[in-house]
Design a protein around this ligand. Structure first.
Ligand SMILES: NC(=O)c1ccc[n+]([C@@H]2O[C@H](COP(=O)([O-])OP(=O)(O)OC[C@H]3O[C@@H](n4cnc5c(N)ncnc54)[C@H](O)[C@@H]3O)[C@@H](O)[C@H]2O)c1
Length: 251
């Protein structure tokens, strides 16, 4: 038997086949789970359909709107009744906030990045937790720019610091309901999101050069760790940030 057989898991954030969420979806499906996809908008839906076909279960979920979050989870509840896990793989910041000096970050840019990249975890957990009637697991994606000053990562590093704090508070709140909350701190991978960071090539080469074999971590490796964290094999891991970066954070 596979480690997620019989589980129903929501996967957010598949923009295309390079998305970390796609690596997670593949690994989770390989471990026997049924996947409930969510997408940000019609453009993302088209990409998703190309990857998983029209028959796959998918729901619109734009985390910028409380109404849309409520609607998405109501639809998921109606269709599935309960769920066993959720992968939060969502972030956004304006390009201006991902270059130059942090003293230039605007109030609006700060609020937008925090809203989509950090608040959204609280917002979706609010609706996901009541559907995890048999317990569950929530996994989000972070990056070591939360605790180190990484050139140009700027606003996203600040948002990831908030996200990681949320993981600890959410984990404490939801543990008595048998719901675990954790984050994966992934190494840099070339995705749509990462190209928003100025000089992102440096971010990518840093994540490649510091690995033992000079091969950067893949979305499949992140996905396998995500599947593990969602599974009963990881019941001892609560409120943690697990590095899946092939050791890049060590130096
Ligand atoms: N790529 C990396 O190097 C790296 C490293 C560590 C962590 N991460 C994190 O992994 C997560 C996934 O990013 P990715 O690198 O796979 O890029 P990606 O561009 O493939 O995925 C980002 C996703 O966020 C979604 N999104 C943005 N705004 C949204 C909104 N308002 N509502 C719903 N969804 C919204 C997009 O639709 C997209 O699917 C992000 O949290 C990112 O910060 C990425």
């Amino acid at each position: 038997m596979s480690i997620l057989t019989g589980k129903k898991i929501i996967v957010t954030g598949v923009a295309n086949k390079k998305s970390i969420a796609w690596g997670c979806a593949k690994a989770i499906a390989d471990q026997g789970a049924e996947i409930i996809y969510t997408y940000q908008n019609d453009r993302m839906k088209k990409n998703l359909v190309k990857l998983v076909g029209e028959e796959a279960q998918m729901f619109e979920l734009d985390v910028a709107s409380d109404e849309k979050i409520a609607e998405a989870f109501a639809a998921i509840k109606e269709k599935f009744g309960s769920i066993d896990g959720l992968v939060h793989s969502i972030a956004f910041a304006n390009k201006e906030e991902l270059s130059g000096n942090v003293t230039e970050i605007t109030r609006d840019g700060f609020q937008l990045a925090q809203d989509i990249s950090a608040y959204s975890l609280l917002a979706v957990s609010k609706y996901a937790a009541p559907l995890m009637t048999e317990g569950g697991s929530i996994v989000t994606m972070t990056y070591m720019g939360s605790e180190r000053s990484i050139p140009n990562y700027n606003m996203m590093g600040i948002a990831k610091a908030a996200l990681e704090a949320e993981v600890r508070y959410l984990a404490t709140e939801l543990a008595p309901k048998n719901i675990r909350v954790n984050a994966i701190s992934a190494g840099a991978i070339k995705t749509l999101a990462v190209t928003g960071v100025k000089d992102y090539q440096s971010l990518l080469s840093l994540s490649e050069e510091r690995t033992p074999d000079k091969v950067a971590v893949t979305i499949e490796e992140v996905g396998n760790s995500c599947a593990f964290l969602l599974s009963p094999l990881a019941t001892g891991i609560i409120g943690d940030v697990i590095y899946v970066d092939k050791g890049v954070h060590l130096s």
